[in-house]
Ligand binder design. Structure first.
Ligand code: HEC
Length: 284
């Protein structure tokens, strides 16, 4: 029958149309960059300080801060960190005060409206290496070294990414890779051409605790320090988390006990039906 043929064809067309619509709607995603351009995915490293029952290793924070100060601080600011937050976590009070006093800060205007200079104190923020972004760009061939305070949170891959980035500069770019003038090849950086050159070399700093300053050790320490600067509350947060878990677990236990206590008369109740035995009609 011709009407059967029409019905069959219409159904087929509708099915193909639906499938095509589904493909367009839920089909493969479009990416602006190829995976190569996105950058190499960093390796997952077993960070101790990230574990739920672990805290930052404060010796590592000290070492990491030293690496930041001696290496990264030449180009990168750490705008959100005042000296006072370093006290008790990274430095002692005296060390932090001494460090703050190394820099000069503006005073409030005096009676004549003059602004003078005073040595830094604990409430001051770690000064940036450049006066402003323009000066930073001018000193780095047009590239802006970003502020590192929140860098661990700001980049996909966090600690793993920054560690891979710092330790991932090959001796030479692989054959066939195009590296623009003034850029350095790093497979982990999106686009693979990064304005920051390799900065960590074995033995660059001398750790006070005698830890061998290999480039991977320094990268690990500075990344842990940057994780602290991005999440200074992390240790406290985990501790609070465990307290909340313990308290809710105890409350849950009590609530189970109370529930059983309250319901026990109902749950242990026995309902007995004794049919009347008067010689009437039998049911059932
Ligand atoms: C000589 C200056 C210089 C030094 C020293 C330096 N950097 Fe950089 N860094 C730069 C510049 C410039 C950029 C911007 C790169 C770009 O946009 O191509 C950058 C970018 C970065 C980025 C961001 C990458 C991204 O995904 O955008 C991180 C993270 C970083 N640096 C970490 C560090 C750490 C950690 C240190 C110290 C161990 C350090 N840098 C030392 C100049 C420097």
């Amino acid at each position: 029958m011709w009407s059967n043929a029409i019905a069959g064809s219409t159904a087929t067309l509708a099915a193909i149309g639906t499938a095509y619509w589904c493909y367009l709607t839920f089909g493969p995603k479009a990416y602006a960059m190829t995976p190569a351009e996105e950058g190499l995915h960093p390796t997952q490293y077993p960070w101790e300080h990230v574990k739920l029952h672990k805290t930052f290793d404060h010796q590592a924070l000290r070492r990491g801060f030293q690496v930041y100060r001696e290496v990264c601080a030449a180009c990168h600011s750490l705008n959100r960190i005042p000296y006072r937050t370093l006290v008790g976590t990274v430095l002692t009070v005296d060390e932090a005060k001494e460090l703050a006093e190394e820099n000069e800060y503006d005073t409030d205007p005096n009676d004549e409206g003059e602004i003078e200079k005073r040595p830094g104190k604990l409430s001051d923020y770690i000064p940036a290496p450049y006066k402003n972004d323009e000066a930073a760009r001018a000193a780095n061939q047009g590239a802006l070294p970003p502020d590192l305070s929140l860098m661990v949170k700001a980049r996909h891959g966090g600690c793993n990414y920054i560690f891979s980035l710092l330790t991932g500069y090959p001796e030479e770019p692989p054959a066939g890779a195009v590296v623009q003038e003034g850029l350095n090849f790093n497979p982990y950086f999106p686009g693979t051409g990064i304005a920051m050159a390799r900065v960590l070399y074995d033995g660059l700093v001398e750790y006070e605790d005698g830890t061998p300053a290999t480039s991977s050790q320094m990268a690990k320490d500075v990344v842990e320090f940057l994780n602290w600067s991005a999440e200074p509350e992390a240790d406290e947060r985990k501790k609070m988390g465990w307290k909340v878990l313990a308290a809710t677990l105890a409350l849950w236990g009590i609530s189970v006990w109370v529930k059983r206590y309250k319901w026990s008369p109902v749950k242990t109740r026995k309902l007995v039906y004794n049919p009347p035995v008067s010689g009437g009609r039998k049911f059932g």
